[in-house]
Structure formats: structure tokens, C-alpha cells
Design a protein around this ligand. Structure first.
Ligand code: SF4
Length: 359
């Protein structure tokens, strides 16, 4: 984070969704200075849009990377559980508020803003849950929710006169009419979606992430970055990511680790495939040969050739590249039985695990 020199009255959790932007505007309207904090993890966050939002919405925003803390929370499992998919909304809000509280002083700020509306979301925005979040994040004395403040008791910031309560709002429920009216009032020319876009709420991503949590002996930020790209195939604890197009191939090469195995057919066009070897379990020669034959089957021309083909398998760092060439017959069905996880299976395991933990 760049050195903080300005003094602010408040810091705001700023997902980039409409509600968080409106919450900032309501406080700025009172002549108070607000610094938006846009949290970034492998699961959400658009740091590349921060400068654009600053210009578009007339705000000052810092991107704050909380990937390490967030992955740790996912690995240890959220205290308040997962929502419909792999979204730990209550623990997520607690983590972000704690972090904002930690950073608040460095901005000279006296309170924290967040854009919740009572009853807007089923898991994290029920009245009782909002209270739990505030309590568990230990921000009772400094948290203000400007969009639904009039539906809650006055906060210390209102009682002290720092914030004028009569200029705050009393929104509740799932309707969006009032938010859209406010967006128009503030002259927003781009209306973002209600939330900030979170991969953890999507089944497609739940099935990508669950095997990482299940099989990686020490799930890391790098693992979830890899899980975000291309197609994910597993055979027990063995994991392969296959690029679907050139963009995936480029992204896979950017997130690869020195210990990964990079598979690519030699004489034919074909995708990049990454085999992630976990520290404690390097792949045997048999597994590498199986993965090479399987990866080669994603090159239509190599498969069509109907003869054994060469596959380059690269590992190591830039300075110390180890490459070997294996000759294999491209096979989609191999003894390893590489397969994608499906969401219903992942969901069932998540439920089972939650039941076991509750006992
Ligand atoms: S939707 Fe995602 S970012 Fe939003 S609270 Fe839930 S887990 Fe956090």
C-alpha cells in the first residue's frame, strides 16, 4: 500500500457494487472525507478498475490485498459457515471490517462505512446477522451503515454529532428502486450490479475451489489463482489445469510455480496444461506419462494424427529450466481417469463436513 498522507474522516468498504458506492456518497454529502478500501482476493476484487471508479464516481480508493488472510479463513473454515455455494459471507464481512479497523488509524479516520441494507441479502444482511458481524468484528463503536442507519439505533458517530443522523437513510428489503433513484441523483453514468461480483457465490467456481480445499495439503493463494483459469481436472490428489484458449494459456504461464509441470504438444498446436505437484507428493514417472498422453488429447490435430506424438514437459525456474520430451499416444481416457468435479458432489461433501463439525 502506498504511504498514506491524507487525513480522512472515514474509511469505506468499497466492493464496487452500487450499494457500497452510494454509502460513500451519502457520507460525502455531509462534507466528510472518505477513503474507499477495495479488498482484493483470488475470489473477488477488481484492482484494475480502481482508478476508473475514482474518476467516474468522484472518490479516492485504495486496493487492499487480503488474499493470505482470506485463504487462511477458507482453509480453517468460516466460523459462521458457507452460504448457498462456497461463499462465507458473514466471516468475509467480519474479516474485511477487522482489516478496515486495523487500517483506519493510518488514514486518520474515525469510523468505518459499509453499504449494507437490512433484508437485501439472505445470508449476511439479516438484522440479527448484521449485529453478529458488528460484534464479531469488534467494530460496535466505529461502524456506520449509512443506507440503513435509520432502521438501527444511533451509532456513537451520530450521537457525537460527527455524522448528521437526519441525512442518513432507512432503506430495507430486497427492492432496488431507491438505490437506482439515488444513482440517478448522484449522476452515475455507469450503474454497477448490486454486489461487487464474487466468484464464491457461483457454482461453477465452487466446484473449482472445493477440490483445492480438499486435496491440497496447504492450500495457498497461488492454488486458487490457478483454479480460476481454464478447465480443472483431478485424479485423486493429482491436479491438471488445461487452457481453453490463448488467453487461458497466457494466464496459466503467469501463475505457474517452479514446481509445476507444464505440458505442451511439440509438433502440433495445442493448449498449455499445468500439473500442480504438491510439496509432499511429487508426481511419479507413470503419472507424468499418463498426464502427458491425456494433455495431448486436447490437441485435435495431434489426436487426429493417430500416431504417437511428442509432449514437452517443463518444470523448474526461469534460471533453471528442466525440459524433457515424452512420446505418447494422445488418450482422453487414461488409467488415471482425469475428471472435472461437479457441483452437486462438492456441495454434498461441504454439507457433510459442516454436519461433522457441528457434532
Ligand atoms: S458475496 Fe463474496 S465478497 Fe460478498 S460478502 Fe459474500 S463472500 Fe464476501
Amino acid at each position: 500500500m502506498e504511504k498514506v498522507t491524507k487525513q480522512y474522516d472515514a474509511v469505506a468498504l468499497l466492493s464496487g457494487g452500487l450499494d457500497s458506492l452510494l454509502a460513500v456518497k451519502v457520507i460525502q454529502d455531509q462534507g466528510l472525507r472518505v477513503k474507499g478500501l477495495h479488498f482484493v482476493t483470488p475470489f473477488f476484487g477488481k484492482p484494475h478498475l480502481v482508478r476508473h471508479w475514482e474518476k467516474l464516481y468522484g472518490m479516492e480508493i485504495d486496493a487492499i490485498d487480503v488474499s493470505e488472510e482470506y485463504v487462511r479463513m477458507m482453509v480453517e473454515r468460516p466460523v459462521h459457515g458457507f452460504g448457498k455455494t462456497l461463499n462465507p459471507c458473514v466471516d468475509c464481512k467480519i474479516l474485511m471490517l477487522r482489516k478496515a479497523h486495523e487500517l483506519m488509524e493510518s488514514y486518520g479516520a474515525k469510523f468505518i462505512i459499509s453499504g449494507e441494507v437490512i433484508g437485501q441479502r439472505p445470508m449476511s444482511q439479516r438484522r440479527d446477522t448484521l449485529n453478529v458481524i458488528k460484534r464479531d468484528a469488534d467494530v460496535q463503536a466505529v461502524l456506520l451503515r449509512p443506507l440503513c442507519a435509520l432502521c438501527q439505533d444511533p451509532t456513537p458517530m451520530e450521537e457525537s454529532g460527527l455524522v448528521q443522523r437526519d441525512k442518513l437513510l432507512g432503506l430495507f428489503g430486497r427492492g432496488r428502486k431507491e438505490q437506482l433513484r439515488l444513482a440517478d441523483h448522484y449522476g452515475f453514468t455507469e450503474i454497477p450490479s448490486p454486489g461487487g461480483g464474487c466468484k464464491l457465490t457461483e457454482r461453477e467456481n465452487g466446484r473449482r475451489y472445493w477440490p483445492v480445499l480438499k486435496y491440497s495439503p496447504n492450500p495457498s493463494v497461488a492454488d486458487f489463482k490457478l483454479a480460476n483459469i481454464g478447465r480443472q481436472y483431478w485424479s485423486g490428489t493429482h491436479w491438471m489445469s488445461v487452457g481453453r484458449n490463448q488467453m487461458d494459456n497466457d494466464s496459466l504461464l503467469k501463475v505457474k510455480l517452479d514446481t509445476d509441470l507444464v505440458f505442451k504438444v511439440v509438433d502440433y498446436p495445442g493448449p498449455i496444461s499445468i500439473g500442480r505437484q504438491f510439496e509432499s507428493a511429487p508426481w511419479s514417472e507413470e503419472v507424468i506419462a499418463d498426464a502427458a498422453a491425456w494433455a495431448a488429447s486436447y490437441s485435435p490435430k495431434a489426436k487426429k494424427a493417430g500416431v504417437p506424438v511428442k509432449v514437452s514437459v517443463v518444470t523448474g525456474s526461469k534460471e533453471n529450466v528442466e525440459e524433457r520430451i515424452i512420446t505418447v499416444t494422445p488418450l482422453r481416457e487414461t488409467p488415471m481417469g482425469w475428471a472435472e468435479w461437479c457441483w452437486p458432489d462438492a456441495k454434498e461433501e461441504i454439507r457433510e463436513e459442516a454436519r461433522a463439525r457441528a457434532k
